[in-house]
Design a protein around this ligand. Structure first.
Ligand code: GRF
Length: 208
């Protein structure tokens, strides 16, 4: 049985999709704990509904970023995770943290990387006039949003789209590709070697 921890900051819809997949697809893995940096995040209640313990580490309780990151790392180490899943975790992780979990740390980003790294990706997609948008699962490396890509989900951008309609469409495909990527990891079908992702499954692109 493998151990997974999930880090969240907000709504937790990806956390919910992962917990449902774990339950329904009988993963040989358990989500041992959810970590959250915001005490009021709605995702906390989702974890609790599924009976998963939550540790809230409020950034305001720490004197600086280093102190926060050291505490987070030591708390996560207690779980002995095989995989650390960032699911809408809106805080930069220290190099020490990223290096420690290299090859075991994945993230989902709401764009087709390398397009639109950083924040406000749906607005950037609408403004730029792209006709396709989506989400990317990638291994996390020191540099933000540039880690090796595991899977991408593609959605159309329609003329009538606004921020809400586009982000809803992207989130729907996130909820498919993120649990799928985790399943591959658990089956040793994806792994990171010398900075390159090997993906054994035949198909790692998804269309809505
Ligand atoms: C997702 O859109 C994800 O791509 C981004 O943050 C958002 C988290 O949403 N990293 P939720 O909290 O999982 O609903």
């Amino acid at each position: 049985m493998r151990n997974i921890v999930v880090l969240i900051s907000g709504k937790g819809s990806n956390l919910k999709a992962i917990l449902e997949a774990q339950r329904d697809h009988h993963w040989d893995a358990q989500i041992t704990r959810v970590f959250c940096n915001r005490p009021n995040a709605p995702g906390i209640e989702i974890a609790e509904t599924f009976g998963v313990p939550v540790t809230v580490l409020n950034q305001q309780d720490f004197i600086n970023r280093d102190a926060y990151d050291q505490c987070l790392l030591s708390q996560i180490q207690l779980e002995q995770p095989d995989l650390v899943v960032l699911a809408g975790y809106m805080r930069l992780l220290s190099h020490e943290f990223v290096d420690y979990y290299a090859g075991k740390l994945i993230n989902i980003h709401p764009s087709l990387l390398p397009s639109f790294p950083g924040l406000n990706t749906h607005q950037a997609a609408l403004t730029s006039g792209v006709k396709w948008h989506g989400a990317t699962v990638h291994f996390v490396t020191r540099e933000l949003d540039v880690g090796p890509i595991v899977a991408q989900g593609v959605v159309p951008v329609h003329n009538y789209d606004n921020l809400d309609t586009l982000s809803d469409r992207v989130q729907a495909i996130e909820h498919i590709i993120y649990p799928k990527a985790i399943e591959w990891f658990l089956k040793d079908q994806i792994f990171l070697q010398d900075g390159i992702v090997s993906v054994i499954p035949p198909q790692s692109q998804f269309f809505s």
